[in-house]
Design a binder for this molecule. Structure first.
Ligand code: HEM
Length: 215
């Protein structure tokens, strides 16, 4: 018998997500290539050194603009609540003991996912603003050099933060069995939803029965 599946993401949201991921990978590869001579070989993956330098800022802008689509779609579900602080407080125990029953019941996203969401937004804003300040082709000539120097350091720190956050995000998605299919097929099993996001599950099931034709 086929397990009951619940819709978590539309096709548009999934395309938006994977377009952001594509830009992220290309911007990270070209960015690392420019960051340190030891990583210069990475330029070969984006068409050579000139292309790495030309494309990197545009890939960053594309990632930022595409992320806005995810941001406006999911910001509401990521608003911070006091249960999220409690959830984060017990997350260490969840990881070491795997005892999900002790965790406060959560809606569409848990405290860890919400933290990741806001870190994505923060890092991307810092990357966009600081990157513009030392973008030689456009704005850098009219920005004082001391400001460009600060911007370069903040840009590298935000990039480092974004890469770490993406690693945590992707690792958690793979670690929690049944999550990746939310972003590939758009659906999750009812068991997954009831176990990991009980309040969201309840809303989904109530919504379904409200929509079911009355006999
Ligand atoms: C290879 C890397 C990635 C993988 C495997 C991955 C996987 C996933 C999965 C499975 C979900 C659904 C989680 C759920 O519904 O509980 C998700 C949601 C999401 N992902 Fe990713 N993702 C990756 C990279 C990224 C990147 C680079 C960004 C943005 C910078 C991003 C932003 C988001 C956002 C905003 C959501 C919506 C959920 C939320 O608001 O927390 N992802 N991702």
């Amino acid at each position: 018998m086929k397990k009951l599946q619940l819709q978590r993401y539309s096709a548009g949201q999934r395309s938006n997500h994977w377009a952001v991921v594509t830009c992220f990978v290309l911007a990270a590869v070209s960015g690392f290539a420019l960051f340190h001579p030891a990583l210069f070989w990475l330029t070969a993956l984006v068409g050579g050194p000139q292309w790495a330098r030309i494309l990197h800022p545009y890939l960053g802008i594309a990632m930022f603009v595409l992320f806005l689509g995810l941001f406006f779609a999911f910001a509401g579900a990521n608003v911070w609540r006091k249960e999220d602080s409690q959830w984060l407080g017990s997350a260490g125990k969840l990881i070491s003991e795997g005892n999900a029953a002790q965790m406060p019941p959560i809606g569409k996203y848990n405290g860890g996912q919400k933290l990741v969401f806001w870190l994505f937004a923060l890092c991307l804003i810092v990357l966009l603003v600081t990157g513009a300040l030392f973008w030689q082709a456009w704005f850098a000539p009219s920005v004082p050099i001391w400001l460009q120097r600060i911007a370069v350091v903040l840009h590298a720190l935000a990039a480092f933060g974004l890469v770490l956050t993406v690693i945590v995000h992707a690792y958690a998605a793979i670690w929690v069995k049944g999550t990746v299919q939310a972003m590939t097929r758009g659906t999750v099993s009812a068991g997954w939803a009831r176990h990991h996001h009980p309040l969201w599950y309840r809303d989904q099931v109530q919504g379904r029965s409200a929509k079911a034709p009355s006999k």
